[in-house]
Design a protein around this ligand. Structure first.
Ligand code: FA5
Length: 348
């Protein structure tokens, strides 16, 4: 009987040695100590022994069981340790290696330029205003005296909002004039930079571009004020005191008279050619660059917002900001503004 116990012991120890997971150890436990287990068979056969033998064999059997239970516990611990070591090996990392720096973006040149321009106008007492980019036809066209038949309303120029009748992506910042005059009484001195949208696309036209609207309304505003404000502003924006402006007659339904404003070319200083006689490519040798549409606010527009045109006059202008940035920073394609290539953006 004692040799049977020894055999069982070495059998179980061998089985435990090759068990490599908790499940396998459990199977070994069941094989030996389970209800139908091999150890149970030995205990059952004790009943056939003499009282004296029962005592010695029983004692030996109990001691062996204890030993085997200890060995099982040890094997569980070993397997757990092996499992954790494998995980540690797999997930090992060197915490002393320097981390990767997350790349930080850069303020876009257009945002920087708008901030700079706001500073220039703020010094002249202009406030900042905003308006919606998805605009009612009423504000974008009707209130600005742009009749239903005007070509600017044409599908070729304008993005109409589908399923939202009479809404457009604003084609200019001029509707902010109307919003502002509805909410404020003169004296008014305000600028409104923002995104505008038209069905255009080439090196100097993009479907989304930026404009800056300016509006000044009071009891005694004339074109002299417009000239003074814009000349001052352009000199500061281009950081060049020699810049001059000129007005050319033009037509916008919301101003009367209407004009295009040109400024002397900041590259050739209005000469049409550079110091060494090379023709100036920026202004195509004419010495002037078109900068803004402008004019005196049309009496009908003043009436539309409830202001008496006999009492109040005002000027308004709208600059194309992207073109001004192209001029100031010598950028030759609008596309560069919208590709979001950090190598470009980080230069400014
Ligand atoms: C206007 O949009 C008028 N609202 C300006 C105005 C305001 C006149 C107040 C009178 C009083 P215009 O369509 O000319 O005008 O556009 C103004 C400027 O926006 C242009 O000179 C040009 O610099 C810029 N611009 C127009 N279309 C584009 C485009 N597709 N891409 C980039 N810039 C553009």
């Amino acid at each position: 009987m004692e040799s049977q116990i020894q055999k069982l012991k070495s059998g179980m120890l061998a089985d435990l040695k090759v068990a490599t997971s908790e499940v396998e150890i459990k199977e070994v436990e069941v094989k030996y100590f389970g209800r139908q287990g091999l150890f149970g068979d030995i205990m059952k056969s004790l009943k056939d022994l003499s009282a004296e033998e029962k005592q010695t064999v029983g004692k030996a059997a109990n001691m062996t069981k204890k030993e085997l239970e200890g060995a099982t516990g040890k094997r569980y611990a070993e397997v757990e340790h092996e499992k954790l070591s494998a995980i540690a090996e797999e997930e090992w990392m060197d915490v002393t290696v320097p981390g990767k720096k997350p790349s930080v973006g850069h303020r876009h040149l257009i945002s920087k330029f708008i901030d700079d321009i706001e500073q220039v106008f703020a010094k002249m007492g202009f406030e900042m205003a905003e308006g919606p980019e998805i605009e009612k036809e009423y504000y974008n066209f009707d209130q600005l005296n742009i009749p239903e038949t005007h070509p600017a309303r044409d599908m070729h120029d304008t993005f109409w909002v589908k399923n939202l009748e009479k809404y457009v992506l604003r084609t200019h910042t001029s509707p902010v004039q109307i919003h502002y005059m509805e909410d404020h009484k003169p004296p008014i001195r305000v600028i409104a930079p923002g995104k505008t949208f038209r069905k255009d696309s080439d090196a100097t036209h993009s479907p989304m571009f930026h404009q800056l609207e300016g509006l000044m309304v009071d009891t005694d505003i004339s074109m002299a004020n417009l000239k003074a404000v814009l000349t001052q502003a352009l000199q500061q924006i281009f950081e060049d005191d020699s810049i001059k402006t000129r007005f050319r007659v033009s037509y916008f339904p919301f101003v009367e008279p209407g004009m295009e404003i040109d400024c002397t070319c900041p590259i050739c200083k209005g000469n049409g050619k550079l110091g060494d006689g090379v023709p100036c490519r920026l202004c195509k040798q004419c010495g002037w660059l078109e900068i803004a549409g402008a004019g005196m606010v049309h009496p009908k527009v003043l009436k539309n917002v409830g202001l008496d045109p006999e009492k109040y006059t005002g000027f308004a202008f709208g600059m194309g900001l992207d073109r001004m940035i192209m001029i100031k920073y010598r950028i030759n394609h609008l596309r560069l503004f919208f590709e979001n290539d950090l190598r470009f953006i980080q230069q400014f």
